[in-house]
Design a protein around this ligand. Structure first.
Ligand SMILES: Nc1nc2c(ncn2[C@@H]2O[C@H](COP(=O)(O)OP(=O)(O)OP(=O)(O)O)[C@@H](O)[C@H]2O)c(=O)[nH]1
Ligand SMILES: [Mg+2]
Length: 356
C-alpha cells in the first residue's frame, strides 16, 4: 500500500484528467476511482493544489500510478526532502523514523514524538534554564535519558543470542519463540553450524533471535568455524539466552558457559523429560517441544531488554545524535555553563536528525 501526495498548482485538475470518467459526477472529497491505465485508487481531494491518492496492489501497481502521474507532467520528489522543507526538524526526524518502525508499539512511541512530545520537553527544559530552575531542568533531562538504551531500539532490533552446548534444543527454542520452523532441528548434535537470524517481536519491541552452533571442542573445521561465528555473535549480543538440557546432568562445560556469560538468562530445556540427577543453578524450566515455560521466558526477555516501561505519551530521544545532545546539555548544566546548555537544546530543536 502507498499514499501518494500530489501537490502543486493545478494538482486536482491534473489528477482528474488521469481518472476514468466518474459515474457520479458529484464526486468530491473522497472517492474510489480508476486511473486510465486500470489501477484503482482512493482519491482524497484536500484542496485544488493538494490531492492524496491511496493506492494498493503492490509495488508494480503503485509504480504504474506513479508513471501515469509522471507522464501527466508530475515530478517525483524525495519525501525526506519534502518533510525537511515543510516540518520542523524533530517532526521530520520522527516522520523518517516512523517509516522504519517495525512494530505497532514502536510506531506508537514515535507517533508521540511526531505529535511533539520531545520538542515540548526540550522547550520546557529551555524555559526552566532561562528561569534559573537548573535543578528541575537536570531532573527532566535525566528522565529523558533514562529511556535512551531502549529507545535507540525503536527502529533497530535487539540482538538476542541463543547459545549452549550441542543438542540442548537451541534451534527448537528459536523456532518455538519465532512461531515457525526457521532452523533445522535434529537429534544429531552439531546440526546448526551457521549463525541463523530470525526477526521477531517481544513485548512489542523488535528482536533478532540468533541461533548458534553448539559449543564444543571439535577437529571438524566447519564446526570450528561455526563455534567461532557463535563467539562473534555473542560478543555483540544485547542479551544471551543460555540453553542447557535438563534431562542431562549439569556439567563442567555448562558451568563454564554460565561463568563466561553471567548475565545470561539460563534455560533448563526438555523439562518434559525426566529430570537428570544432581543440582543445577536457578533457571527457567522450559520445554521447547511442548511449549512449557515459554510465556515466562518471553516475559523475562521483555523485562531484561526493557527494564523501564515507557509511560504513555512519554517524551524520548530516538537517535544517537539526540541522546548525545541531551547528554552534552546535562554536562553543560553540571559545570554551570547555562548558555551552552540553552544553545545545545536550540541546536537539537532546529537541526536535522538523520543521516541519508
Ligand atoms: N523432549 C524434548 N526434546 C527436545 C526439546 N527441545 C529439543 N529437543 C530435541 O533435541 C534434539 C536437538 O534439538 P535441536 O533444537 O536441534 O538442538 P540444538 O541445540 O539446536 O542442537 P545443535 O544445533 O546440534 O547444537 C532434537 O531431537 C529435538 O527434537 C524439548 O523441549 N523436549
Ligand atoms: Mg541447532
Amino acid at each position: 500500500m502507498a499514499t501518494l501526495l500530489v501537490e502543486g498548482s493545478g494538482a486536482a485538475a491534473a489528477v482528474d484528467r488521469l481518472l476514468v470518467q466518474s459515474e457520479n459526477p458529484s464526486d468530491k472529497g473522497l472517492s474510489v476511482r480508476r486511473i486510465a491505465n486500470g489501477e484503482q485508487v482512493v482519491v482524497c481531494r484536500v484542496a485544488e493544489d493538494v490531492v492524496r491518492l491511496h493506492c494498493h496492489g503492490g509495488r508494480a501497481a503503485i509504480g504504474r500510478i506513479i508513471n501515469a502521474l509522471r507522464q501527466a507532467g508530475g515530478q517525483v520528489a524525495d519525501w525526506k526532502q519534502w518533510a525537511t522543507e515543510r516540518e520542523d526538524p524533530l517532526h521530520a526526524a520522527a516522520r523518517v523514523a516512523l517509516v522504519e518502525a517495525p512494530t505497532r508499539r514502536t510506531a506508537g512511541i514515535l507517533l508521540n514524538q511526531y505529535a511533539g512530545a520531545l520538542s515540548k520537553a526540550c522547550t520546557s527544559i529551555r524555559e526552566m534554564i532561562d528561569n534559573g530552575r537548573t535543578h528541575d531542568a537536570r531532573a527532566k533531562l535525566d528522565e529523558l535519558l533514562e529511556y535512551a538504551p531502549c529507545v535507540l531500539h525503536l527502529t533497530e532490533p535487539w540482538r538476542v543470542v541463543v547459545a549452549g552446548r550441542p543438542n540442548v534444543g537451541k534451534s527448537s527454542l528459536v523456532n518455538a519463540l519465532a512461531g515457525f520452523d526457521r532452523a533445522i532441528v535434529h537429534a544429531q548434535p552439531g546440526t546448526t553450524r551457521d549463525a541463523l537470524t530470525t526477526a521477531t517481536a517481544i513485548d512489542g519491541w523488535p528482536v533478532e533471535l540468533i541461533d548458534t552452533a553448539g559449543f564444543h571442542t571439535t577437529d571438524d573445521p566447519i564446526e570450528q568455524a561455526g563455534v567461532r561465528l557463535a563467539e562473534e555473535r555473542l560478543a555483540k549480543a544485547d542479551l544471551v539466552v543460555l540453553v542447557t538440557d535438563a534431562a542431562v546432568s549439569w556439567s563442567k562445560d555448562d558451568a563454564a558457559l554460565l561463568a563466561a556469560w553471567p548475565g545470561a538468562i539460563l534455560i533448563h530445556n526438555k523439562c518434559d523429560l525426566p529430570s537428570a540427577e544432581g543440582r543445577r543453578p536457578d533457571g527457567l524450566r522450559v520445554s521447547a517441544l511442548r511449549g512449557d515455560g515459554l510465556p515466562d521466558l518471553i516475559s523475562s526477555l521483555g523485562v531484561r531488554l526493557v527494564p523501564c516501561p515507557l509511560p504513555p505519551g512519554q517524551a524520548v530521544p530516538w537517535t544517537t545524535q539526540q541522546v548525545d545532545a541531551l547528554r552534552s546539555t546535562t554536562e553543560a548544566l553540571r559545570i554551570g555553563q547555562t548558555d551552552q546548555a540553552v544553545s545545545l537544546l536550540g541546536h537539537l530543536l532546529t537541526t536535522r536528525h538523520w543521516s541519508e
